[in-house]
Design a binder for this molecule. Structure first.
Ligand code: BGC
Length: 816
């Protein structure tokens, strides 16, 4: 397993900076993703401003929720895809010395190169020295930000220094509306031109230029404006060339003297509230934007405030990696997200993989946000609520009841999963059945419930939350068909979280029966829906039941299904689905020996004219996901209600069984296995946690991070530290803790926001957990450890023993 601190991945690690040395074209895509800057509203990859998109560079800019549909021709079929749109590139700033050519690291000598991402202040710095054709040296220092305080602004500051010569420098600043979506090699044959009607303009006196365009089918209008200024006398000339706004300046450089060029940029789209039109809003905003130093200052303040609400203090080598993960989570889902109609994009706003779609990955993200930025969680759940009607229509169209949430969701909540996917190994376009992952509905319900538990937001639970829970429960109850022979309800024809298995061997129909994860989470949703209905104030219950035409018989059915949904077993373990036990064993050693990396076993087998459907081989955790979602007590109770005794032996056997049969073809897999193994108190846990930490920084899934980060896995590692290893739960209005510190990760601290209390500090160290509740006029909080409850008053700190051997003193404050 990789060590995330290995210098092969990260040349320099320190608490708050992430440093890269020499320019390395082969690493550029990965660095661009990892050096993306964003503010929840939009993000821009860390691409070099003097380079256009090509095989090395990909300067993408994405605004949250900005999608467009295009039709492509694939193998004779017309295929429609919705993509997050690569917006006009605001970065371009190229330069040349004297009469030379435009300088680029790919065509000119780079004497030294250094790039540094400052997590504390959300800035990306770059310094390099170019040597031109005539041997003249030019030092370039750049600093950029995507403003965290004003989400429509960005800044690129460039300092030029002539070394050993004096003369002129030509600088060209641009806004480029000719960009397309070509960031993912696999999608290259698909239509990619999402922007049209680009118009540009500018004014030489004010140093501003603008660009407006719109998306081809979603008709989102985009306005960009930029003000480029130099701190020395310049000759300027606005310009334009097809779809690009240009501003050219000639700057006089004197040996050793620094000349600074600032480019301040504003971005608006027609999705923004409180604007008349995006172009005027952008031009106005850039005109009023303060100078660079002031912008930098307010940006740093905004980041300082964010960190105060979210920082994790992990003193070991995992600390800087976790902080980088947190940085990217906050850049994708910041407090600004609370005002937007957007979901959780699986690959952040960092690239075009998975087309910017929203999957079940929010299951790995919201539990973290709930305890820091509950208003952001609420907005993300509201994105799902606004798409409840389309989910109900999708269920109706498929002959089902309730709400069938799409596996992949974009603008309007319709199913966006592609119908065909490309196996790059074989070159075959294959049918994609992943839309049968109806368990995404349970993820939505789970997040509703956990958000409300953590925040105490009963208003949401009793309104939008209740409606979603009821409709998702309805879907499950409708899908569950009673089997007289088994005396159980069966949910058939689905795909579980392990995406490898889409059908039974040789079957012409896609889908599997009795997927345990789907069934157990469905039972949980039914129980929660019944709970919420019971807890509703009478008038609200009456309104809801009337509106949704909910009959008492339905509730009786829910109760019954929640007790009798089928859970299959084989070889004394829980089956992933009915019939899993009859699949062939794969010769894992032989495949590893032949292929080395077998994470994408599905592609390998398909290219061999075989199918992963034939084997006991999983891409990622499926049954074991249950150990990720539920505490051991909660899971045992769920199984007991279903008539099964889930004792430690059964769970351990099941863990071993699937561990030996999983290829970890998703970054989510090592995270979930690390979490589950930590709780099973197993020494292998740390190796999986390390892999989860290294997933993006070391690009373990082989080139995928360059197409966008894996947001679920990044947020999941934060939650592993926050909830996984502390056993923190917010069930029944009590803060429950059941710590299982890993020897390698046993000392750390973090703060949570819980039911109106800001910054409750928790610190684990030397077998103790210290909890500090800041002074406020809120009531005390109940903290439960090993079933003993202590009450901690605002303004009070308590230290509790955290070793299972110390059961006798559990829950007793050791010091106060
Ligand atoms: C995983 C899914 C995940 C998706 C988006 C896939 O590789 O198998 O579980 O939802 O990526 O992150």
């Amino acid at each position: 397993m990789p060590d995330p601190t290995d210098s092969a991945y990260v040349p320099s690690l320190s608490g708050w900076t992430w440093e890269y040395g020499a320019y390395d074209p082969a690493q550029e895509r990965l660095r661009e993703s990892l050096c993306t800057l964003g503010n929840g509203y939009f993000a821009t990859r860390g691409a070099a401003p003097e380079c256009a998109a090509d095989t090395v560079h990909y300067p993408g800019t994405y605004a949250a929720g900005c999608y467009n549909r295009l039709t492509s021709e694939v193998s004779g079929h017309a295929i429609e895809n919705e993509d997050v749109v690569n917006l006009p590139n605001w970065l371009p700033l190229r330069f040349r010395t004297g009469a030379g050519t435009w300088l680029s690291p790919d065509t000119h000598k780079v004497l030294d190169h250094h790039q540094s991402l400052d997590l504390r202040s959300g800035t990306l710095a770059r310094s390099l020295r170019y040597e031109d054709e005539d041997g003249r040296r030019l030092a370039v220092r750049q600093l950029r930000l995507v403003h965290m305080g004003d989400p429509h602004l960005a800044l690129l500051r460039t300092e030029f220094t002539a070394e050993g010569w004096s003369g002129h420098l030509d600088v060209e600043s641009a806004l480029d509306g000719t960009v397309t979506n070509t960031g993912v090699e696999r999608y290259r044959r698909l239509a990619s031109r999402h922007l049209t009607h680009a118009h540009t303009g500018g004014s030489a006196e004010s140093g501003t230029m603008w660009l407006r365009c719109r998306t081809t089918t979603s008709d989102i209008r985009v306005g960009l404006a930029a003000r480029t200024t130099a701190d020395t006398a310049v000759e300027t000339a606005p310009g334009r060339d097809d779809g690009r706004a240009l501003q050219r300046m000639r700057v006089a450089l004197t040996n050793g003297q620094v000349v600074t060029v600032d480019k301040v940029v504003a971005l608006h789209t027609s999705r923004d509230p409180a604007i008349s039109d995006p172009l005027h809003a952008a031009v106005d905003r850039v005109r009023r934007a303060p100078r660079a130093a002031v912008l930098l200052d307010s940006h740093r303040t905004a980041w300082r405030q964010l960190w105060r609400n979210a920082d994790l203090d992990v003193p070991t080598s995992a600390g800087p990696v976790l902080r980088l993960h947190l940085f990217h989570v906050l850049q994708t889902l910041s407090p600004h997200t609370a005002d937007l109609d957007v979901g959780v994009p699986a690959r952040g706003l960092h690239g075009e993989a998975y087309r910017g779609h929203v999957f079940w990955d929010e299951l790995f993200v919201l539990p973290y946000l709930n305890l820091h930025f509950p208003e952001v969680s609420r907005a993300l759940l509201t994105y799902r609520y606004r798409r409840l009607e389309p989910a109900c229509s999708a269920a109706r169209d498929a002959g089902h009841a309730g709400a069938m949430y799409p596996w992949q969701s974009g603008s309007d909540g319709r199913e966006e999963t592609q119908e065909l996917h490309l196996n790059p190994r074989s070159g075959h376009w294959l049918p994609d059945h992943s839309r049968l992952q109806h368990h995404v509905g349970s993820a939505v319900a789970y997040n509703v419930w956990r958000y409300c538990e953590a925040s105490g937001d009963t208003e949401f639970l009793h309104t939008k939350g209740a409606e979603m829970l009821v409709q998702i429960a309805r879907f499950w109850a409708g899908l569950a068909a009673y089997d007289e022979t088994l005396g159980r309800y069966r949910i058939r024809g689905v795909v579980g979280p392990d995406e490898y298995h889409e059908a039974y061997p040789g079957a012409s129909r896609a889908g599997l029966d009795d997927n345990t994860y789907t069934n157990v989470t469905a039972a949980w949703v039914l129980i929660r829906a019944l709970d919420v209905l019971r807890g509703l104030p009478d008038p609200r219950r009456r309104d809801l039941c009337e509106r949704l035409a909910l009959s008492p018989d339905e509730l009786v059915l829910w109760e019954d299904v929640s007790r009798k949904v089928h859970v299959p077993f084989h070889e004394k373990v829980i089956s992933q689905f009915a019939g899993y036990g009859e699949l062939a064993e794969l010769d894992w050693a032989a495949y590893r020996a032949r292929y080395g990396d077998i994470r994408r076993l599905d592609r390998i087998l398909e290219a061999e004219n075989d199918s992963v459907n034939n084997y006991k081989a999983s891409k990622q955790a499926d049954v074991l996901m249950l150990g990720y979602l539920f505490s051991p007590q909660e899971l045992r109770a769920l199984f007991r209600r279903l008539g099964h005794e889930l004792d430690d032996c059964l769970w351990q056997r099941t863990v071993d069984y699937y561990l030996a049969r999983t290829s970890h073809g998703s970054t989510l897999s090592s995270l979930v296995h690390g979490w589950v193994l930590a709780r099973a108190r197993r020494s292998e846990a740390w190796a999986y946690v390390q892999e989860a930490l290294a997933g993006d920084i070391a690009d373990l899934q082989g080139g995928t991070t360059g197409e966008g980060i894996h947001l679920g896995a990044m947020a999941g590692t934060l939650d592993l530290v926050q909830r996984g290893l502390t056993g923190l739960e917010t069930r029944d209005g009590v803060l429950r803790l059941d710590p299982v510190p890993l020897p390698e990760l046993s000392e750390y601290g973090f703060a949570v926001r819980y039911r109106g209390h800001w910054a409750i500090r928790l610190r684990l160290s030397a077998g103790k957990l210290r909890i500090t509740v800041p002074a406020s006029d809120h009531g005390p909080i109940d903290v439960a450890i090993f079933d003993r409850v202590v009450s901690v008053q605002p303004g009070e700190s308590r230290t509790l023993g955290v070793s299972h051997q110390e059961d006798a003193v559990w829950g007793q404050p050791l010091t106060e």
